[in-house]
Every structure is written in structure tokens, then in C-alpha cells.
Design a protein around this ligand. Sequence first.
Ligand SMILES: [Zn+2]
Length: 102
Amino acid sequence: MKIPAVVLIKGVEWKVKRVWKLQVDGEDCLGSTDSDKREIKIVHGLKGEELLDCYLHEYLHAIFFEYGMYHSMSTDISEIISHNFASELRTNFTIKPRTKLR
Ligand SMILES: [Zn+2]
């Protein structure tokens, strides 16, 4: 699956970058969301369902931020929702990201 380089969330551009190594708070991770830079980062090497789940998970974190929900929910709740919604979206919908923004 091809992950888009840019997504629009509430009209705001978020860049999606692939990186070779990713750490958050000193721990290795597969994806991250940087609300200051409006960037979603995903490590190289993920493929198929793992890549789509990671992308959707981080995309949901970005949606929470743009819609003002990120700071009103606990980290645990944010992680549970992102993890499970990503899995449900992948399982139940055919998702074809736009490759170019118009
Ligand atoms: Zn997360």
C-alpha cells in the first residue's frame, strides 16, 4: 500500500514521512505524531497490514489533535481508540489514499 506524503485534516496539511529510526521519550516506536510540525512519522520496513495499521493509528492521533480532543483525553484512552479504530477501519473498509492533493 502506498502511504500519502501529505494528508489534509480539517483543512490543515500534515506531512507523512518515512524514517529509518524513531524514538519517542527514549523508546523505539513504529510511528509518531508531531503536532508542532504537523508531521506523521512511520519507520521504514513496515509493510501490508502493519504499515496501514501504523499509518491509521498515527492519522487518528493527528485527527484528535486538529479537532481539539488530544489534550482532553488520557494517553491510554487515545492509544486504545487509535489502535482499535485503525484495526477496524482496515478490516472493514477498502482504503485507497490519495496520492496527490488538489
Ligand atoms: Zn499512539
